[in-house]
Structure formats: C-alpha cells, structure tokens
Design a protein around this ligand. Structure first.
Ligand code: C5P
Length: 306
C-alpha cells in the first residue's frame, strides 16, 4: 500500500484587515500571509478499497471524524474523483503529528487539510484536475487555499483569492502561544460588535514586502483582530509589550489569535541567533504556561518529507 508523508507548515498573518461581510456571515479580508517553518507531519496511506477514511492525531483533544479539516479534505477529494466510498474508493488512513497549536491563529488545521489535498493529488494523479484543488480547499476552510501554495501572499475574498508576493524567506521568528485557544468564529463575532477599527494600508504592506523593507512593514501592517484579543487577555498584552522590547521590527498577533510573533531581520549572524535563543529562555521563565517556539519564515506550502 502506498504511503506519503508531508510537512504541513503553519502560517502567520503579517497584516490582517476586515473590509466587509458576505451575506453568509463570512468576513471579507485583505491579509498578507506568510508560511513559517513550524510544521505538522501528515502521513497519508492507501488502504483496501471500501474501508473508508481513518484519521489518527497525536493530539487526543482534536476530533478525528468529519469535524477535522483533514478528514473533510480527504472526503472532498474522493467525491471530486467520483469514487464511491462503499465500493471503488480507496480506503485512506491519515496520521497527523501535531506541532502547530490548535485554535492558535496559525492555520494548523487548514495546513493539515492542504497537505492531505496535496498528498492525494500525488497518490492519485489526474483523478481530480489540479485547477479544481483550490475549490476543494476553500470548501474545507477559508485559509486552506493559501496553505496549498504557501510562501508569502496577499489573500482576499474570505481568504481564497491568493496573489503571490515575492517570498520573505529566512527571517527568524519567535512565536508566543499562551496555551489557550481563540475560536475563529468568536473572534469575528466580537469584531462585529466593536467600534470602527484602524485599518492597515494593505497596498503599502505589499510594497514593503516587495522591497523587503521591515521598518516600512512594521509602520503599515496591522491586525484589526489584535486589539480585541489584547483587551480580553491582559497577559497577552503584557507578552506583546515584552516582545516589542526585544527590538524585533515587526511584532503582531497572528490571525484571530492568540499566538504572537516577532519577526527579526534575516541575518545569519550567530550573535543574533544566540540573542534569539536567550529571548526564548527568558520568555519561558516570564510567561508561565506560554509555549515559546522558534521558527523561520518559509517559502512553500506542504512538501514531501525529505
Ligand atoms: O473557513 P473556516 O472554517 O476557517 O472559518 C471558521 C469560521 O470563522 C467561519 O465559520 C466564520 O465564522 C469565521 N470566518 C469569517 N470570515 C473569514 C474566515 C472565517 O467570518 N474570512
């Protein structure tokens, strides 16, 4: 039976604006997303026909049925391939080794789904036209189309209109996750109740990315969901202040939160890296219960494990 293992990278939002709302309640976004090197490991294995989809996950608190985005991605692929699950569809077992925290604003679930779609497209080439894969992706979740491509991109619509930007690769990142989740629907609901937000200048953010100008990026990028999360969680606001004091050019909350990130210049300078390691150790001591993760910006979405 054939098996593929993929690395499914997390993403951060360098900037996130809400510019409207669809009649179905989904919010229209203008957001610049960036893949990062923190990856889940997704193994897709072909099983005997008619045995259905079986999902296993290293994090026992996550659902392993159709509430899981990876499961729905596999269902969507088999349906698009016109395979009947009780007859000629291959059985599939999917194993997810989680490294990306859940409900963290890092698109962990979306990236797992994107990895499943990428893996199945390779295991069953030609069964679903490649141009249909982004459609299957957005049916699973708004961030899944970006996660298919990865790198650096402007995402519009509900997130599914993905315009690639020149990759902002190799920047060291410090990620701070407070150990609790913020469900995305709740974050957007609170956003709807708040006063008019201060919008980022998304064109200027894209320009800054094209010029790799981190100070311009820091001046222009915002996340309109960030003030809501900071107001609700004072320790998160303290952690953000602490990150800002590290001197990173860009410090923000990612997506609907609560994970915070600091993006450093892409120097290979050993001293800088030691400073980053020291910062991670200090953060762990200072913010009990927070996970401190070191990563780098990355140029691609899911890739086959080497
Ligand atoms: O598509 P996804 O499953 O990631 O979205 C989860 C929920 O987050 C949606 O049901 C919706 O409440 C909210 N959402 C939104 N606008 C977006 C993305 C997500 O309102 N662009």
């Amino acid at each position: 039976m054939r098996t593929l293992t993929l690395l499914a990278p997390a993403k951060i939002n360098l900037s996130l604006d809400v510019v409207g709302r669809r009649s179905d309640g989904y919010h229209l976004l203008r957001t610049v997303m960036q893949s990062v090197s923190l990856c889940d490991r997704v193994t897709v294995r072909e099983e005997a026909p008619g045995t259905g989809i079986r999902l296993e996950c290293s994090d026992g608190s996550l659902p392993t049925d159709c509430r899981n985005t990876a499961y729905r991605a596999a269902q969507g692929f088999l349906a698009a391939a016109r395979r009947d699950p009780s007859r000629d569809a291959p059985g599939l077992s999917i194993r997810i080794g989680k490294a990306i925290p859940a409900e963290a604003g890092l698109a962990g679930g979306s990236s797992d789904a994107a990895a499943v779609l990428t893996g199945l497209s390779r295991l069953y080439p030609g069964e679903v036209p490649l141009r249909r894969i982004p459609e299957l992706a957005v049916a699973v979740g708004a961030d899944v189309p970006f996660c298919l491509f990865g790198g650096t991109a402007l995402c519009e619509g509900i997130g599914e209109i993905v315009t690639p930007l020149p990759p902002l690769t190799g920047h060291p990142l410090l990620l701070l996750n407070p150990g609790f989740g913020i469900p995305t629907p709740a974050a957007f609901r609170t956003f709807d109740d708040q006063a008019e937000p201060r919008h980022p200048d998304t064109e200027a953010v894209c320009d800054a990315v094209r010029r790799r100008d981190l100070s311009a990026l820091a001046r222009t990028a915002r996340n309109v969901l960030e003030p809501i999360a900071l107001a609700a969680h004072p320790r998160l606001a303290d952690a953000l202040d602490w990150l800002m004091a590290r001197g990173a050019p860009l410090v923000r909350m990612s997506g609907s939160g609560p994970t915070l990130f600091a993006l450093f210049p892409d120097t290979e300078d050993g001293l800088r890296m030691r400073e980053d390691a020291a910062a991670a150790a200090e953060a762990e001591a200072r913010f009990r219960g927070f996970a401190v993760l070191r990563a780098r910006t990355r140029e691609s979405g899911p890739t086959l494990e080497a």
